[in-house]
Design a protein around this ligand. Structure first.
Ligand code: M5T
Ligand code: MG
Length: 600
């Protein structure tokens, strides 16, 4: 965080300089006031001590006391005007340096890092927590600069100035008035230690509340479908109530602390009036430039010491925010290009799995010792029960995750040695759950290839059997999609994701159940059109329907994360096993009259 402040040192220096001017002006105004009072007293009360002018200055002999007092009044006014001007300048500079500089820069750095983090990070953090970090916690971090670093410098500067001024007025009085300072300091420290854990817990509770909210918004169909609104409301109230209780506790601590410190400074004023008043009566201290200036200085001094508590509060807050922001900034990039990365223009498409094992948690392996070779241009169908590990297997190829042991080679080179961007450019993915952006249909299809021409976009859409329904919209390819493509049907969304993957024309195409949400007729259309699209590329497709499986060059049967059988449809149908069993069930359902023919 200090490095962050240092990188903005120019702006910080400007702020400190402006605050320094303000500080000097306020001390100057106070001095003018004190001197004027002494001049007035001298004129009004015969026998009172002569006024002492600051910095050895003497008014011209012909000036009457009234004229001196009026000049001082004018001086106070001018100081006030100049102060107002500088205060305005300060506000402008703070806004520019802090809100427009530090916050924006930090936020984009966090966002930048998020783009490069692996899937594991997103698995381990909720959406709400990530959003909170980019929005709220970033503010907490910047408050380290304008709520800690700059104030600390200013407090030190002003305390020194006040202290020196007070000591020059009267040493004994200064010491007597500052007697309570160690106590104030001790209280501040205790307070800080007490509230810090509370701030951390507060952020976690806010995360939980946001999670409840985001889940509710995203799952609005489920909530309404099951009539669970009252429970959802109660759940949110609980989460928000927990935040409130927690904040209330912090607030009560703050409310207790601030008056205590303020009471201590009232004690100081009492000491000043007693001891300082006696000094004035004894003639050891002038009234205006002595006692009154002292009183003003002491008030400022106490205000600064009280500010220390506020600063400590900010330190706690910003440390908590910083922990959360820097957790992102410092998260290791588990999956990144190696230093001496192998560049990959266009892969031939030979994939070789060598004893690959993988698990999301080290304790719970999902894939066990997979070995498999896929020739360039082969169409491989992946079959297996739900939860068998099909999606997991596919996600290893673009390195969304790395195997826990074993290797995957593309064209004879370990995937980990390739430049990551090159590798992913060579692999097209159609995910099991399609995701579309709130943009036009054309932009969604061209997501992986923003420079594609309208003709290329159209061709890809045709192959994915999407062109027809897109053209039915009045605005065609320029139709805007809503968030998540919610104005499309499930099958339409799937066909758009298919078009998106096809447009990139990758040498390796991975499709996770691409026709799950379309009717059999459309599926046939897609499969026919894809025949040409699949030609010349290595394709791995998770499939359940026989129509797809019959077209595959190779079928890989997964069971509980292990390959239990490999072969063509005909080969696998000839031997007993999970594949033939599953295929027969499908035939049973789809064509009742074939039943007798197959069962043996
Ligand atoms: C295989 C677990 C899941 C299952 C196993 C995606 C994902 C899966 N799993 C995790 O622990 N974390 C994850 O992020 O891994 O899951 P799969 O590979 O998704 O199975 P599938 O694609 O064969 O299933 P399906 O239903 O898509 O046909 O134990 O808990
Ligand atoms: Mg899956």
């Amino acid at each position: 965080m200090l490095a962050l402040a240092w990188s903005h040192r120019r702006g910080c220096l400007q702020i400190i300089a402006l605050q320094g001017v303000l500080l000097a002006l306020s001390v100057a105004g106070l001095t003018l006031l004190g001197t004027a009072i002494d001049v007035i007293r001298q004129a009004a009360v015969p026998g009172s001590p002569p006024a002492v002018f600051p910095l050895g200055w003497r008014p011209p002999a012909e000036w009457t006391p009234w004229r001196i007092a009026m000049s001082a009044a004018l001086g106070v006014l001018v100081v006030g005007l100049v102060r107002a001007l500088f205060a305005y300048l300060l506000a402008v500079v703070v806004a520019r340096v802090v809100q427009m500089g530090i916050v924006v820069q930090l936020r984009s750095r966090v966002y930048d890092k998020l783009q490069r983090l692996g899937f594991r990070f997103f698995d381990n953090h909720t959406t709400g927590s990530i959003i909170n970090r980019v929005t709220g916690d970033v503010q907490a971090v910047r408050s380290f600069v304008d709520g800690v670093v700059i104030p600390v410098i200013m407090v030190l500067l002003s305390l020194t100035l006040y202290f020196v001024y007070m000591v020059r007025l009267h040493v004994g009085l200064t010491l007597a008035c500052l007697l309570t300072m160690p106590l104030t300091w001790y209280l501040s420290m205790r307070f800080s230690r007490k509230v810090r854990p509370a701030y951390e817990r507060n952020r976690d509770l806010v995360d939980k509340m946001v999670l409840t909210l985001t889940e509710n918004v995203r799952g609005v169909h489920v909530v309404k479908g099951f009539g669970r609104e009252p429970e959802e409301i109660a759940k949110f109230e609980r989460a928000s109530g927990a935040v409130r209780t927690q904040q209330h506790w912090i607030f009560s601590q703050v409310s207790l602390f601030t008056p205590t410190v303020e009471m201590l400074s009232a004690l100081n004023q009492g000491v000043l009036l007693g001891y300082g008043g006696w000094l004035v009566i004894q003639g050891e201290l002038p009234l205006g430039s002595g006692l009154i200036v002292f009183s003003g200085l002491l008030q400022q001094f106490s205000a600064q010491v009280t500010r220390v508590a506020g600063i400590i509060n900010s330190v706690q807050q910003s440390l908590t925010g910083a922990r959360r922001v820097f957790e992102i900034m410092d998260a290791p990039l588990e999956i990144a290009s190696p230093v001496d990365a192998v560049r990959l223009e266009r892969a031939k498409g030979e994939l070789r799995f060598e004893h690959v094992s993988f698990g999301y948690d080290a304790a719970k392996p999902v894939l066990h010792d997979l070995s498999l070779t896929i020739e360039p241009g082969q169409v491989v169908a992946l079959v297996g029960a739900t939860g068998a590990g099909k999606t997991s297997l596919l996600s290893l190829i673009p390195r969304f995750y790395d195997p826990t042991s074993g290797r995957i080679k593309l064209d004879g080179v370990d995937l980990k040695r390739y430049d990551l961007d090159d590798l992913r450019r060579n692999v097209g993915v159609v995910f099991q759950e399609s995701f579309l952006f709130s943009d036009t249909i054309a932009a969604n299809i061209a997501f992986g290839r923003p420079d594609a021409t309208p003709e290329q976009i159209k061709r890809a859409a045709k192959i994915a059997a999407a062109d027809e329904f897109i053209r039915e919209y009045p605005e065609g390819y320029q139709t805007m999609l809503r968030e998540g493509g919610s104005n499309l049907s499930g099958g339409q969304r799937q066909r758009l994701s298919l078009a998106r993957a096809l447009l990139a024309e990758p040498p390796i195409l991975l499709m996770d159940d691409p026709t799950a949400a379309v009717d059999p007729r459309t599926e046939h259309e897609i499969l026919d059109a894809m025949e040409s699209a699949m030609a010349g590329r290595t394709t791995i497709v998770v499939a359940h329907r026989l129509s797809m499986l019959r077209r595959a060059d190779l079928i890989v049967v997964l069971q509980d994360g292990a390959i239990v059988d490999v072969g063509t449809h005909e080969e696998l149908m000839r031997r007993p096993g999970p594949y033939r069993h599953a295929a027969r069930i499908q035939v049973d359902f789809s064509a009742p009259d074939e039943r007798l023919g197959v069962s043996a």
